[in-house]
Design a protein around this ligand. Structure first.
Ligand code: ADP
Ligand code: MG
Length: 590
């Protein structure tokens, strides 16, 4: 294809979801910044003078020749596509050739640009092409002033007096503070999808915020959400359809967008971060955040029963999809798309979240509490008490029926050492020492068993329940329990969940279950009631069995109510605390 900026044919223009794309300061920033990204910029500076309706975006991208610069703001002019076939193969963020033209119509537009050496051709123009030029455009997007300009390679777009000719538009827009918030949100969203970029954002000539680049979004998100740390996040990348995904190491990089499909997942570990609103469940496709409510639902469902009540996960999913499988022309702002194979993507995302939430030996030292341990150690140093951990005495009787060994035990990496305060299991792990709370670990094990196998068994002696309301009776029937009227104001339950049937408090448990909620709520309640209580003395083998079962759960980090289950002390932290790096001579005062 011939490079350069050319007008699109009327046929192609009609196929595009055109519309007003620049309806706010934030939309102007979005369009300019997307142009910088399409020009492969790695450093983008945005300056906003909101009160003056002025903004400037500078980048170190490929830049434009003088000839292209003259074309850039003409209607429907783009270097990114040519004909209707190209519409099925869009690999850039922009392709409609409208943004600069709209800006010329809505504001006073000036662009300075100088192509980078790589982008200049070898012909006679090459000397001229490597020079910088500045053009001021009229409201039709035609050059009115062309002058040479000494600038570094890249592009500087300046927009003055935005919406000056549309006073009602200006009046209709929210306050300056709101608009600035929208600008910041826009840059944050784009930065999530392009972690390799350095962003410098200024209000007027004062620095406003800076975002440093990272190898992946894992380094970016903590810059946007201050309360989240890198170690609170787990990331994963896989080829689409790949069965055994590899958990990401720091050095791996996303596939180039347009090779095969791939899936990048970044999630906040449920024992470490969650949100009051579902505002951090975000989905991006080929470099842009999009609204895909179906995928958002999949993400929320995958985190069910891992978070406290009414809390939502932090989760970012970035799909790289062959361009032919997306139609960007569903909405002018490209935030709504048609994505092929949506159900396949949903399955893959659910499976990927599932795998990432499991305990994985490759990532543990990095992700489980490693920096929070620092605070703990400090507390200890400043006189906080460390309980001496006494091995608990073995008790009589076999508790293994209580904690039946799983049918196919996996090799356990955790070795039970002792019980502490009849509540915590102290365990040795190849990377350190772990404390696991016995009740909630067991609750997690039972809950997942119940989800996999909700078994209602007949009761040897039916239980009489009194004073049930109709709603309670219906609720018991909904969760498959056999209840019938039994005289005045009484009912008889002839079956119960298998875990509860043999318990002496089965009647109370059934009453509790009758108070409502869906099957999942009943499963949580049953698991909670059946799990070993804190304060119960455990034998060594019961502890080991519990650890083995717990490590195999799908969501080992939190109980079904969202409480964290395990605290780890990493060997590296212990080594630091005990000053193992000291030289002997020094510590002997020699
Ligand atoms: P589109 O991005 O849809 O092509 P625009 O009106 O945003 O349309 O831009 C028109 C053309 O100007 C682009 O196709 C591109 O060739 C060129 N251009 C715009 N901004 C830049 C930039 N920052 N660096 C290099 N080229 C740019
Ligand atoms: Mg554009």
């Amino acid at each position: 294809m011939k490079s350069g900026i050319y007008p699109l044919s009327t046929e192609v223009i009609h196929l595009i979801a055109a519309g007003e794309v620049i309806d706010s300061l934030a939309a102007a920033v979005r369009e300019l910044v997307e142009n910088s990204l399409d020009a492969d910029a790695t450093r983008i500076t945005v300056s906003i003078w909101a009160e003056q309706w002025r903004l400037r975006v500078s980048d170190n991208g490929t830049g434009m020749s003088c000839q292209n610069l003259q074309q850039a703001a003409s209607p429907h002019s783009t270097s990114k596509i040519r004909d209707r076939q190209d519409l099925c193969n869009i690999t850039s963020l922009g392709f409609r050739g409208e943004a600069l033209h709209s800006l010329a119509q809505l504001a006073q537009l000036q662009i300075a640009s100088r192509p980078s050496w790589q982008s200049s051709s070898n012909d006679a123009d090459s000397v001229q092409e490597s020079e910088g030029w500045q053009i001021t455009y009229d409201t039709q997007g035609l050059p009115i002033e062309i002058e040479p300009m000494a600038i570094a390679s890249g592009t500087i777009v300046t927009v003055n007096h935005l919406f000056a000719n549309l006073p009602t538009r200006r009046q209709g827009l929210p306050s300056v503070a709101h608009q600035l918030k929208a600008v910041q949100a826009t840059i944050h969203q784009i930065a999530l999808c392009h972690p390799q970029v350095t962003w410098q954002v200024q209000q007027g000539d004062r620095d406003w915020f800076t975002l440093f680049p990272g190898k992946t979004t894992r380094q970016i998100l903590p810059q946007l959400l201050r309360e989240v740390e890198v170690s609170d996040l787990q990331e994963m990348e896989q080829e689409a359809g790949e069965q055994n995904s590899k958990l990401k190491t720091q050095n791996s990089k996303l596939k180039t967008p347009h090779s095969a499909s791939s899936l990048y997942l970044l999630l906040g570990l449920p024992d470490r971060c969650h949100r009051r609103r579902p505002d951090w469940v975000r989905v991006a496709v080929n470099g842009r955040l999009v609204n895909l409510p179906e995928i958002e639902q999949t993400i929320l469902a995958a985190f069910r029963r891992t978070l406290p009540r009414d809390r939502y996960p932090v989760c970012f999913v970035h799909l790289q999809v062959p361009p032919a499988q997306i139609d960007w022309n569903r909405h002018p702002a490209k935030s709504e798309i048609y994505l092929h194979h949506l159900d396949d993507w949903r399955d893959q995302i659910a499976a990927a979240i599932d795998r990432t939430l499991r305990l994985n030996p490759n990532t543990l030292p990095e992700t489980l509490y490693s920096d929070r341990i620092g605070h703990l150690l400090k507390t200890a140093e400043t006189g906080g008490t460390w309980n001496t951990l006494q091995p608990s005495k073995e008790i009589e009787g076999d508790q293994d029926e209580f904690l039946a060994p799983s049918p196919q035990p996996l090799a356990s990496t955790l070795k039970a050492l002792a019980q502490v305060h009849n509540t915590y299991i102290l365990a040795e792990h190849p990377t350190g020492v772990w404390l696991i709370e016995q009740h909630i670990a067991h609750e997690r094990v039972l809950y997942e068993e119940l989800c996999d196998r909700w078994q209602i068994v007949p009761l040897e002696t039916p239980i009489i329940l009194q004073l049930l309301t109709i709603a309670q009776v219906e609720q018991l029937q909904r969760i498959e329990i056999d209840v019938e009227p039994f005289g005045d104001q009484s009912w008889v339950a002839r079956s119960a969940p298998a875990l509860l049937a043999a318990r002496s408090d089965c009647a109370e448990a059934l009453i509790e279950l009758s108070f409502g909620g869906d099957l999942q709520t009943a499963q949580v309640a049953t698991a909670c009631r059946s799990a070993i209580r804190n304060g119960t003395v455990l034998t060594h083998s019961a502890m080991q069995t519990l650890l083995t079962q717990w490590q195999q759960t799908r969501n080992p980090r939190t109980c079904p109510h969202g409480r964290p289950i395990c605290l780890t002390l990493e060997e590296s932290s212990l080594s630091r605390f005990f000053r193992r790096h000291w030289m002997i001579g020094k510590s002997h005062g020699i």
